[in-house]
Design a protein around this ligand. Structure first.
Ligand code: FAD
Ligand code: NAI
Length: 467
């Protein structure tokens, strides 16, 4: 692009929020540029997040099956070997195919990639400076995403003490991996390295795992992970880390006070949450307001405090999920093109891609209690599902919450095999305002795991057939 060239829309950041927004706006006839400083498109998700982690989760699950559960199926393999270098190379190939795919989509949709770091130019009309060159725009969408929160006093070197980025790149299986934070990243990446042979201890500040998830689901999930061999140290805070050539000595203290203990690790993964990225963006100088947690403040149409400047994805409020960022990207592009884009925040699923998986949508039991909403619960265990038995995957259950008076679906939570795929039906039902009865009356193929969803919906009225 020529210096000073003007666009209808400049998107800053090419993660799932930004790149999807750019594509949708281009589809709607806008002249679009997208600024990205990374060498490849796709943001956190494609480069160092969703995609590489899922590649390793799949590979490590395959390895785990070959070393363990195949035997139960009567498949005897004499010697199973681990070629970690090959596993990592495959992961890199999967990432490359995805990021190249976004580059192709940009070319196809005539989205200009402005390579470099974007900074808002203060002034009367929206403009972005990219490494010294200024481009004008009718609108700007900020989609600069998030990065990991550091633990004070415990410096991440991405060798011994790693963030998720380093944990995806290890070139040897740790003997003992200590994960700080029993959230989504800690449990997914803890599972990866545990399946590949590491001893894994998860240290969590709270007295439970996965805060925000339905209590009953989190408790069952912790029990399942415990059975697999993951160890948990709940209600503990890490106060010190001493790194030596041999490893790391971590000092833990009970969160409620008490005697400190130490724990030896050869790798420590810090996964205590993520925070919005606005470094170098010039938000403050341009007058773009941030909230107390450093996120960009937006209204219901993603407009910031500065006319013509919008923000979406991890850099604003809400769950830090790729599909949430994408939906917002589409919505803001449609709004800018004069259409009525909208995101239903009541029906955004969340999935943890361990084995078994955890998948949730809508309200938890705790949410409903705190809001004083009267509800009914229907539950169905995978032990009573024929397909799950055939798969040798009976851990977990489906839980459906419905309004006591109207039977309207309010929330659904699954821990179990392929929970992430199973939740889609319940997301659709929630989106369409369905009742539990509606789900219960739908014909589900036999034998499939989805019959557990139907049975849980039947169980809301105490009518489950197979338990
Ligand atoms: P990002 O993907 O963070 O993209 C922002 C982009 O902006 C980056 O590429 C950055 O380089 C660029 N940028 C920032 N500032 C500038 C600037 N000034 N100029 C130019 N470019 C800039 N979510 C899921 O839904 N499912 C999952 O399975 C999942 N797995 C995850 C696993 C891990 C290990 C991690 C870390 C995250 C995972 N997430 C997952 C979360 C998901 O990655 C994020 O929610 C998603 O990437 C947010 O998209 P975004 O577009 O808002 O920002
Ligand atoms: P998280 O918010 O999911 O979990 C962080 C955990 O660390 C919490 O349990 C918290 O109580 C704990 N914690 C906080 N401070 C602590 C401390 N000082 N000591 C010990 N424990 C502490 O954050 P996480 O796992 O880092 O992931 C960040 C985000 O990335 C997720 O919230 C999610 O939005 C996204 N993500 C999504 C995935 C998916 O959809 N499958 C996969 C990975 C990440």
């Amino acid at each position: 692009p020529a210096p000073g060239e003007s666009f209808d829309l400049i998107v800053i950041g090419a993660g799932p929020g930004g790149y999807v927004c750019a594509i949708r706006a281009a589809q709607l006839g806008l002249k679009v540029a997208c600024v990205e400083k990374r060498d490849t498109l796709g943001g956190t998700c494609l480069n160092i997040g969703c995609i590489p982690s899922k590649a390793l989760l799949q590979s490590s699950e395959n390895y785990h099956e070959a070393t363990g559960s195949f035997a139960k199926h009567g498949i005897v393999i004499d010697k199973v070997g681990l070629d970690l270098a090959r596993m990592q190379a495959r992961k890199a190939e999967v990432v490359e195919a995805n990021v190249k795919g976004v580059e192709f989509l940009f070319r196809k949709n005539k989205v200009t990639w402005l390579k470099g770091t974007g900074r808002l130019v203060p002034g009367d009309s929206p403009a972005v400076e990219v490494d010294g060159t200024t481009y004008g725009a009718k609108s700007i969408v900020i989609a600069t995403g998030s990065d990991s929160i550091p633990l004070p006093g415990i410096a991440i070197d991405e060798r011994r003490i790693v963030s998720s980025t380093g944990a995806l790149e290890l070139d040897a299986v740790p003997r003992h991996l200590v994960v700080v934070g029993a959230g989504v990243i800690g449990l997914e990446l803890g599972s990866v390295w545990h399946r590949l042979g590491a001893e894994v201890t998860v240290v969590e500040f709270l007295d439970r795992i996965l805060p925000g998830t339905d209590d009953e689901i989190a408790t069952a999930f912790q029990r399942i992970l415990g059975k697999q061999g993951l160890k948990f140290r709940l209600g503990q805070k890490v106060t010190k880390a001493e790194t030596t050539d041999a490893g790391v000595t971590l000092t833990l203290e009970p969160a409620k006070g008490g005697e400190p203990t130490t724990i030896e690790a050869d790798i420590v993964l810090v996964a205590i949450g993520r925070r919005a990225v606005t470094d170098g963006l010039g938000a403050k100088e341009a007058g773009v307001a941030l909230d107390s947690r450093g996120r960009i403040t937006v209204d219901s149409h993603y407009a910031t405090s500065v006319p013509g400047i919008y923000a979406i994805g991890d850099v604003i409020e809400g769950p830090m999920l790729a599909h949430k960022a994408e939906e917002e990207g589409v919505a803001v592009a449609e709004l800018l093109a004069g259409q009525s884009g909208h995101v239903n925040y009541e029906a955004i699923p969340g999935v943890i891609y361990t084995w078994p998986e955890v998948a949730t949508v809508g309200a938890t039991e705790e949410n409903l209690k705190s809001q004083g909403i009267a509800y009914k619960v229907g539950k169905f265990p995978f032990t009573a599902n024929g397909r799950a038995r055939a798969m040798e995957a009976t851990d977990g259950f489906v839980k459906i919450l419905a309004d006591k008076a109207t039977d309207r679906l309010l929330g659904a939570h699954i821990v179990g095999p392929d929970a992430g795929a199973l939740i889609a039906e319940l997301v659709t039902a929630l989106e369409f305002g369905a009742s539990a009865e509606d789900v219960a009356r739908i014909c589900h193929a036999h034998p499939t795991l989805s019959e557990a969803v139907k049975e849980a919906a039947l169980a809301v009225e105490g009518r489950a057939l197979h338990i």
